[in-house]
Write a protein of this length. Sequence first.
Length: 103
Amino acid sequence: MMAAAKTVAKLIDEYFREGFEYPETFDELKVLLPPNEPWPVNPYNGKPLADTGSRDFDPETSVGMVYYERIFRDEQMVNFNLHVFGEKGKLYIIGNTAIGVKE
């Protein structure tokens, strides 16, 4: 689960470095994957890793997913956190700093 989430966090960071904006959705990140490299998968169900849309853990829908929290200042997105969900709740939060992804 953590490896999949870290891959997405690094892609978000790379997207920002290339265009100085954060992606609205994970679909925008897929162009940054190396050729023939698949999108990270949810290790619990084998489906593509997805955004839950909520920081709250729901055992029915959150397991093996992440919440892409967008952090705004003056109506502009300035940072992000990925809330990583496992079988029993939130496992970790991966954040971003001015120099890259932090754990």
